[in-house]
Design a protein around this ligand. Structure first.
Ligand SMILES: [Zn+2]
Length: 370
């Protein structure tokens, strides 16, 4: 028994559809008997093939739910990682997605988890819970925000058990606040039908049309100034990308607007863009000192620099990470704008951000050590 071709094409479809997946997020799975195939950690859905999946025993996965783990979240994640690796069938050396246990909870054969901009506009808004209920009644299971990994799994498990007891069925759609959605189905057609239906229903509630994200060329920055900046970033081994468009303009023209409206909404936002962004008036001799004091204050270089009335710069150690930061940050702007239809944006709290920051740092440190 191998991976069904349908899972591979389903995964590729959502992975390359920007309405559903930004910067390589999301994951997919299929179950049959005791086997669960899930996307491996660190492999993007777009262009995935058979080698991008891991097969696990559902019975062994279910044991994770009743096992006892360390109270320390970092030790706990290591312990669970080990149990996940032990649940693998076959000899793949790939690591299963951190959301594997979540997929195993659901009884439908196909499960697709994505981070659609439109759905997140609702899920990252003040009225998320109330409006989900109003729009979809009891058909959607709404799970409040919890730290990613084991805590999210346990919280979803608890809510799912209650849902099953009340409605005697599994929800086809799960909304994870400040994160994304999970769609389950018997076959890929089911998944497509539900996904499109949900996105359309949310879109119909938008009161304002999203400003254009078509690039404004040139991006408005003085050539000499850009040359100086490029030299400076290169000396730090950083790669800059410049963008401007109508959506960006709306946010970077006024400093106060920017600070009020642009904070991380989801764990991915923190992972790709960190949680603080530099705002600088785009005058010669200002940006570099602002950049330096930002680094001193926060202990990291800004992934995003907003230049007053000029646009955005994203930074990364290479072009790929600068591009991901730019893509994710623009998604944050879209969510911030669209959440205006749902009583305004609802950001992660400092404590929630801190958890992801340290989790990331800790994971990185451990990966370097091993
Ligand atoms: Zn996710």
């Amino acid at each position: 028994m191998g991976i069904p071709d349908e899972l591979i094409s389903l995964s590729g479809y959502y992975g390359s559809n920007k309405d559903y997946v930004i910067a390589g997020g999301g994951n997919t799975s299929y179950k049959e008997g005791d086997s669960l195939w899930i996307k491996a950690s660190g492999i993007p859905l777009a262009g995935i093939d058979e080698s991008g999946f891991v097969c696990l025993s559902r019975l062994k996965l279910a044991e994770i739910s009743s096992s006892h783990y360390s109270k320390d979240p970092f030790l706990r994640e290591q312990e669970i990682k080990k149990d996940l690796m032990d649940a693998k069938k076959g000899d793949s050396n790939k690591r299963p997605s951190v959301e594997t246990s979540l997929h195993n909870l659901l009884n439908f054969p196909y499960v697709v988890h994505t981070h659609p901009t439109y759905v997140n506009a609702l899920l990252c808004s003040v009225d998320a819970k109330k409006l989900t209920k109003q729009l979809f009644g009891n058909e959607i299971l709404f799970v409040d925000y919890t730290n990613p990994g084991y805590e999210l799994f346990k919280q979803t498990e608890k809510e799912l058990m209650e849902y099953r007891t009340t409605y005697r069925t599994d929800p086809r759609v799960i909304f994870l606040r400040n994160h994304g959605m999970i769609i389950s189905g018997i076959n890929p057609e089911d998944i497509h039908f539900e996904s499109e239906r949900i996105l359309k229903a949310v879109e119909a509630q938008f009161k304002w049309k999203l400003p254009s994200t078509d690039d404004l060329q040139p991006h408005d920055l003085d050539i000499t100034m850009q040359g100086d900046l490029d030299d400076y970033f290169r000396s730090l081994e950083l790669f800059p990308l410049y963008r401007n468009n109508d959506l960006i303009k709306l946010f970077v023209n006024v400093k106060e607007n920017f600070k009020k409206t642009v904070r991380p909404f989801t764990p991915d936002n923190v992972v790709y863009c960190k949680s603080e962004y530099l705002y600088s008036s785009a005058e010669a001799g200002k940006i570099i000192p602002d950049f330096e004091s930002f680094k001193l204050k926060y202990g990291y270089f800004p992934r995003i620099i907003a230049l007053e009335k000029k646009g955005l710069i994203s930074l990364g150690p290479d072009e790929k990470s600068a591009a991901s930061a730019m893509e994710v940050f623009q998604d944050m702007l879209k969510i911030s704008f669209l959440s205006g239809s749902f009583n305004g944006p609802y950001f992660l709290t400092d404590e929630q951000i801190h958890f992801i920051d340290t989790w990331e740092a800790e994971n990185y440190r451990r990966s370097i050590m091993s």
